[in-house]
Design a protein around this ligand. Structure first.
Ligand SMILES: *[C@@H]1O[C@H](CO)[C@@H](O)[C@H](O)[C@H]1NC(C)=O
Ligand SMILES: *[C@@H]1O[C@H](CO)[C@@H](O)[C@H](O)[C@H]1NC(C)=O
Ligand SMILES: *[C@@H]1O[C@H](CO)[C@@H](O)[C@H](O)[C@H]1NC(C)=O
Length: 535
């Protein structure tokens, strides 16, 4: 995965919004005037235009959209400068009149600004500010070569000394065509994030090196000759992703995504103050170098983002160190104090270098257990629906003797509440029969208070059956209507014991049958998670 592939973060969205010039949007049209230099494109004209132009910017808009109206005067002025002075065309597509084209382009919101390069081979969204100056600057930069080329070491060194704050990706004496091509392609797609340099002095062997500020250059040594273009691109961009990060970085709104997309775990150091960060800096730089490519290390200012502790299943007792394994979503942390022993503003926490080093080493050695978010294990079960918690989830679902049906729910989920009485009845039915009681478990777990692993919960309620016997199998997700009959059928069909709940119910007193009919609710929908807090 390329690490620039990022979901738009809330912070970025807020920033983009705030910086939009607040011109009186009602008074003007979003459609550029006929006498402007903005080229109007439609379904028929788009493709030929793409073929004729190596680089252009296109706005996909709707005439009624407020932000589009605000952008309009900036866009018209940018078009004038870019077309007249730089010969970079600026275009506009009205999506209300060209729906098919906009769908093809994956337009999800208005306005969307897209940069088309190499006749459409490289397409990227413009994410910058929607002002005349920002647009001009950005497009002018896009027109420059993505790679600065040098043949003299003196000129190269002079250029490098000017790039102190930037990560430079340098190619020395491209040895083989494949690497060279990959390098140029990556440069084109990552040019917003890094500075790319190609140095050729005629020597035979070469390398691609990442030169990050205050760090030694690191050369890419993998042989790409037997790989496909795509594999080469991935290898080299993974390498750049790892080596361009500082040994000990910093998490904030702008860096968070790149750490989340890095595909290696992130070790966080939550600190109280800059001076505290400074005290630990040397240690973490050392660890960052030692575990390069295995673990990223970054600090996080707890005075700003302390709440993020919760997402890592840690208490707000700073400083602390925690590791987030982004792929599995496991979280590991160095032990914290019990709530009762921590008084905010009074208790001083000191982490020793040895504690930190041992913690990281144990993690890498696979010796640590993830911190599970879990409710307390219930002492007594109050209903026939077994209350499952994070700590008991695996034991209960992996009971080799029983067919286990678990409902994953959230307290705020209306559909979950509605089906609860029916679910209780379902459990009561199996509990009423001695044989069924020993073979079927009906359980529920509050997914907001408990971490669960081995099942992907994409909405509430999720209902999953773990048949007795082979525990390596995937859970069977219930997709039927939420009636008691349908659940009886599901458990009979899919459970290892083929217990027939409907049969048990028939043998029971008629009173209970009535109860069951009362609660016969059909609910088909799942509720989505409420949107997660983002950094
Ligand atoms: C590398 O690729 C670029 C862009 O395609 C090309 O201009 C350059 O001549 C190539 N250099 C070598 C050494 O192949
Ligand atoms: C990459 O190659 C250049 C030129 O041959 C050399 O100066 C540089 O030290 C090499 N970089 C690394 C990190 O090996
Ligand atoms: C569990 O089910 C049995 C049999 O249906 C019933 O008698 C009992 O009251 C139920 N227990 C609870 C706590 O509801």
């Amino acid at each position: 995965m390329m690490f620039t592939k990022s979901k738009s973060s809330t912070l970025a969205a807020i920033a983009a919004c705030a910086s939009t010039l607040m011109v009186n949007a009602q008074e003007q049209s979003a459609t550029a005037p006929e006498d402007s230099l903005v080229v109007k494109l439609g379904t028929d004209t788009f493709k030929p235009f793409l073929e004729e132009n190596d680089l252009f910017l296109a706005e996909f808009f709707a005439p009624w959209c407020g932000h589009c109206k605000t952008l309009a005067p900036h866009y018209v002025e940018a078009a004038k400068v870019l077309q007249e002075e730089y010969e970079i065309p600026i275009a506009q597509v009205d999506c209300t009149e060209n729906q098919e084209l906009c769908m093809e382009q994956g337009i999800k919101g208005y306005p969307t600004l897209k940069v088309f390069k190499k006749n459409g081979d490289i397409v990227s969204d413009y994410q910058g500010q929607r002002t005349k100056d920002a647009i001009i600057q950005y497009m002018v930069k896009q027109a420059l070569p993505a790679v600065s080329e040098f043949t003299e070491s003196e000129a190269l060194n002079e250029f490098l000394t000017k790039q102190q704050d930037n990560v430079v990706i340098a190619q020395y004496n491209a040895a083989e065509g494949a690497l060279n091509q990959t390098f140029y392609n990556i440069a084109e797609s990552l040019r917003d994030n890094f500075v790319f340099v190609n140095y050729q002095d005629g020597e035979a062997s070469g390398n691609v090196s990442v030169i990050a500020p205050k760090q030694e250059p690191v050369a890419f040594t993998e042989d790409l000759s037997s790989l496909t273009n795509e594999e080469s691109l991935e290898k080299l961009s993974d390498f750049i992703s790892v080596e361009s990060k500082p040994y000990f970085g910093e998490i904030d709104g702008s860096s968070y995504e790149s750490y989340m997309n890095a595909e290696i775990p992130l070790a966080y150091f939550f600190y109280n103050s800059e001076s505290e960060r400074a005290e630990y800096e040397e240690l973490f730089v050392k660890l960052g170098a030692e575990y390069r490519g295995k673990l990223n290390f970054a600090g996080l200012d707890a005075s700003k983002y302390g709440k993020h502790a919760e997402n890592l299943n840690m208490k707000e007792q700073f400083p602390f160190i925690a590791i987030h394994e982004t792929e599995s979503n496991f979280k590991f942390g160095l032990d914290q104090l019990p709530e009762s022993e921590f008084v905010e503003g009074e208790t001083k926490i000191v982490l020793t270098a040895k504690e930190i080093e041992d913690f990281v080493a144990s993690y890498v050695a696979g010796e640590l257990k993830p911190i599970l978010k879990s409710e307390e294990v219930p002492v007594v079960q109050e209903s026939n629906v077994t209350k499952v918690v994070g700590k008991t989830h695996d034991d209960i679902r992996f009971d080799t003797d029983k067919d286990v049906l678990i409902k994953y729910y959230a307290p705020w989920c209306g559909h979950c509440k509605k089906m609860a009485p029916m679910f209780e009845t379902l459990a009561d039915v199996y509990a009423a029969d001695e044989d069924a009681k020993s073979k079927v478990v009906i359980g529920k777990i509050d997914g907001t208070l408990n971490d669960v692993f081995g099942i992907e919960i994409s909405g509430y309620p999720t209902l999953a059956l773990y048949p007795a016997g082979d525990m390596s199998k995937e859970p069977i997700i219930y997709q039927g209507s939420r009636t008691i009959e349908s659940f009886f059928e599901f458990i009979k069909e899919n459970g290892a014991h083929s217990i027939d709940g409907a049969e048990i119910l028939e043998k029971l007193a008629p009173a209970e049958e009535e109860l069951e009919e009362d609660e016969d609710v059909i609910i088909e929908d799942e509720e989505e998670f409420p949107s997660q807090d983002e950094l």
